[in-house]
Design a protein around this ligand. Structure first.
Ligand SMILES: C[S@@+](CC[C@H](N)C(=O)[O-])C[C@H]1O[C@@H](n2cnc3c(N)ncnc32)[C@H](O)[C@@H]1O
Length: 215
C-alpha cells in the first residue's frame, strides 16, 4: 500500500505495518480522511490507539503526515499513518485491523456508496473491521434535505424510514448491524476540519450512523 509521509510516498507491506502496530491496544481507521487532522488529533488524544487515515488525495495529507513524522517533543505522532487509497480499492494490508472505523462527512463516490448503498463498498469497509468492531459515520444531512440538489447528485432520500427499509438490510448483508441513526444534537462526536466548516454554516444538519461488525 502507498503511505504518505510529507511530500514523499512509500510502499509498505503488511509486515511493515505490523511492525508499527506492535504495542498498541487498538486501531482506528478513518476513510475519506481529507487533510488528516482528525487522525492526527485522535493519535494525540489516544496514546494506546494506532490511527490510520485513508484518502485518495495524498497531497492533502502532506502537511499533517509531515507533522506526524517529527519527534514526539515537536508534535510527532508515532501512532498516526496516512494511506493513499480510495474506498473502491482499499489495500489488503489493512484487512481486519480496525476496532473503530470512521467515515466523517464523506462526499462524492464515498458518500453515494454509503447511502445508495453499494454492496461491494460496504463489504470492503467491513473487511477493514474486526468482528465486534464499530463503524461510526457522520453524514451531512443538509445535502439530502435539498432534494433537487441531492437528485442532481444521484443521491436518494436519507430519512429514518430509508435507513430502516433500505440501509439496514443492505448493511446487515455486508456484515454491519446498524445500531443508531439519528440527527446530531449538540456537540459533534468527532472534531474534523469539514465538520468545523459545516458548523460555521448555520442550519447545517448532521446524521450520526453507527453499526457493529458482525458475522
Ligand atoms: C468533505 S471531505 C471530508 C474530509 C474529512 N473526513 C473531514 O471531515 O474533514 C470528503 C473526503 O472524502 C474523500 N473521498 C471522496 N471519495 C472517496 C472515495 N471514493 N474513497 C475514499 N475517500 C473519498 C475526499 O477525498 C475528501 O477528502
Amino acid at each position: 500500500m502507498i503511505v504518505q509521509i510529507g511530500k514523499e510516498s512509500h510502499a509498505w507491506t503488511r509486515a511493515d505495518l505490523e511492525g508499527k502496530l506492535a504495542g498498541y491496544a487498538r486501531v482506528l481507521i478513518d476513510v475519506g480522511t481529507g487533510d488528516g487532522r482528525f487522525v492526527y488529533r485522535s493519535a494525540g488524544a489516544h496514546a494506546d490507539t494506532y490511527c490510520i487515515g485513508v484518502d485518495p488525495a495524498g497531497e492533502r495529507m502532506r502537511e499533517v503526515s509531515w507533522r506526524a513524522g517529527r519527534k514526539v517533543a515537536r508534535g510527532g505522532r508515532p501512532n498516526a499513518l496516512f494511506v493513499v487509497a480510495s474506498v473502491q480499492a482499499l489495500p489488503e494490508e489493512l484487512t481486519g485491523l480496525a476496532h473503530t472505523l470512521t467515515v466523517n462527512f464523506p462526499w462524492a463516490s464515498l458518500l453515494s456508496a454509503l447511502v445508495l448503498p453499494e454492496a461491494p463498498v460496504l463489504e470492503a469497509l467491513r473487511r477493514l473491521v474486526r468482528p465486534g468492531g464499530e463503524l461510526i459515520a457522520l453524514l451531512n444531512q443538509s445535502v439530502f434535505d435539498d432534494r433537487p440538489y441531492a437528485a442532481r447528485l444521484g443521491l436518494p432520500e436519507l430519512s429514518d424510514a430509508q435507513v430502516e427499509e433500505v440501509l439496514r438490510p443492505a448493511y446487515r448483508a455486508a456484515g454491519f448491524a446498524i445500531r443508531e441513526s439519528a440527527l446530531v444534537e449538540g456537540d459533534m462526536p468527532h472534531q474534523t476540519s469539514w465538520g468545523q466548516h459545516l458548523t460555521l454554516a448555520s442550519g447545517r444538519r448532521t446524521r450520526l450512523l453507527t453499526a457493529e461488525a458482525i458475522g
